[in-house]
Design a protein around this ligand. Structure first.
Ligand SMILES: [Fe+2]
Ligand SMILES: [Fe+2]
Length: 266
């Protein structure tokens, strides 16, 4: 990891990588993106890596090899048990913090990007239209206070369904963290901004995967599921693959964000 000379840290956050198409476009684009945007640190959400549901250690290692520094996740991380050991042992792979105690893994990590410069990544999950896990606001604020004793630079992946819950958490953590970046809906939103106290915010970064689909799932299967109201086996779609991400620029001293830029690339 090489840092640019200024006092800024340039962080690329890559949206949920879906299946093989997601891996292929990551392979094609990420090394060039890191160079072109002088990225110091790259976070990617990997909850859908393994055929759309879950992640394996083999896939995680591939993402690291391509230039990802930390992998966040969400509700789908539990679908493939292969990742559980890595969740327990590798500081670079995290899952939402606010799942009840007794689950595998941890919800935050602190990584030394360069000498005397640490970056914290915190993963939280919403509760509206999702599992009724612990409160992301209270658990999140508590963890932020703990992380602040180690670094000013804290990025939050808020994996949630409801836009209102995401926006509320953005305001709640404004000034306390460098960024609140939404994931899970797989649909990029156009509301990226810097909140008044210096937190970069976006409701959803989108998806790194096939957009000729219903949020990654083959559209015929999705339609069938809505028509019949019974489960179908998840199969990722293949066409119109795009990489969605945001580039966040953060002051290394204060941890405040100065810009957030949305990327959506074929
Ligand atoms: Fe996802
Ligand atoms: Fe999800």
């Amino acid at each position: 990891m090489t840092s640019n000379k200024s006092g800024d840290l340039r962080v690329l956050f890559v949206a949920d990588i879906v299946g093989k198409p997601g891996l292929e476009i990551l392979t094609k684009l990420l090394p060039g993106l890191r160079d072109r945007h002088k990225v110091d640190f790259c976070i990617a959400n990997g909850e859908n890596g393994c055929e759309g549901k879950g992640l394996t250690s083999k896939l995680a290692r591939k993402y690291f090899g391509l230039g990802v520094d930390v992998i966040t996740s969400g509700n789908h991380i539990w679908y493939n048990r292969d990742i559980y050991e890595m969740l327990d042992t590798d500081a670079r792979v995290i899952r939402p913090l606010n799942y009840p105690g007794g689950n595998h893994g941890k919800g935050s990590t602190v990584i030394e990007v360069e000498k005397d410069l640490k970056v914290a990544v915190l993963n939280l999950q919403g509760r509206t239209f999702m599992f009724s896990i612990d409160c992301p606001f209270r658990k999140g604020a508590e963890e932020v206070r703990r992380l602040q004793t180690q670094t000013n630079i804290i990025l939050v992946d808020f994996h949630a369904e409801a836009t209102a819950e995401k926006i509320a958490l953005g305001w709640y953590l404004d000034g306390k963290v460098s960024a609140v970046l939404g994931t899970h809906t797989h649909v990029p939103t156009a509301d990226e901004r810097i909140l008044p106290q210096g937190t970069a915010y976006i409701t959803d970064v989108g998806m790194t995967g096939p957009f000729d689909s219903v949020i990654g799932l083959r559209k015929d299967l999705a339609i069938q599921r809505f028509l019949h109201q019974t489960p179908v086996r998840y199969r990722p779609a293949e066409a119109n693959v795009r990489l969605c991400a945001v580039l966040v620029v953060i002051d290394k001293e204060t941890g405040k964000a100065s810009s957030i830029e949305r990327l959506n690339l074929p």
